[in-house]
Design a protein around this ligand. Sequence first.
Ligand code: HEC
Length: 260
Amino acid sequence: MVYNLLCQLMKGRDTALAAMLLVFVCVASWGLFQLLSARAAFLHVGAMMGSFMAANVFFHIIPGQKKMIAQIRAGQIPDAEPGIVGKQRSVHNTYFTLPVLFIMISNHYPMTYSHANGWLVLIFIMLAGVLIRQFFVLRHSGKASPALPAVAVILLLSMVWYLSPQTIDNTAAGRVTAAQISRIIDNRCVACHASAPTQPGFAVAPLGLIMETPQQIAQHAERIATTVRSKYMPIGNLTGMTDGERAMVAAWYAQQRSGP
Ligand code: HEC
């Protein structure tokens, strides 16, 4: 099945183009990740693939069909070439579908793009998407193999393992006082999470979460610890939170839970 998929992609004249596309998408994922912020890199890979899909339809699939229909109308034997090219481009679009869909919603899954090797994470998720798509393609012809989604699930589970947040070594942070935490939250979070945010573009506190007083910080301790640990917050690390400060937040939260 996986082998069959490779064979299908590598068949004859399609080989070079399919291989080039595969390499191109992988290199683009890596390259954009070096150039842009991680969130933007994911979206640009998706925008690029989406543009391929649209261009395939507008420049190959539709003109090819029009040409063949015109030839049939004129009583000629239609040239098979545009049909072959159109088929090839629809095959490409088929395998692009799930990766592009994932990228469209990827901004809601910061654990994927915020990983140090986010580009690699994206490539593996896209591969899983291709395998799952291949399962549905084969199902239409009654040849579906359960091994395809099984391999995709193994791939995704390996990603989950790879993405699980590394335990932050909070022993180095020692005992952390509430005053230290208040200062960190003040410097890194309150620009947005305040009753009157100072961060440009924020009229109100996001999700109504305000962290200005020690009481408010204590009240949201668990959510603060979770989002700081996963690096979801500060969003885009706009306020430049350091790893040392993240370790202190983790240590503080561990202290809170184990009691004073
Ligand atoms: C530049 C603005 C900004 C800064 C700085 C910022 N946040 Fe946020 N925060 C947001 C936005 C926007 C959301 C809403 C995100 C969403 O809807 O997924 C949010 C949501 C949250 C949530 C709720 C997330 C959830 O899914 O439940 C928590 C908790 C949070 N922030 C904690 C923090 C902490 C802790 C810091 C500082 C270390 C911080 N934020 C710094 C903008 C910011």
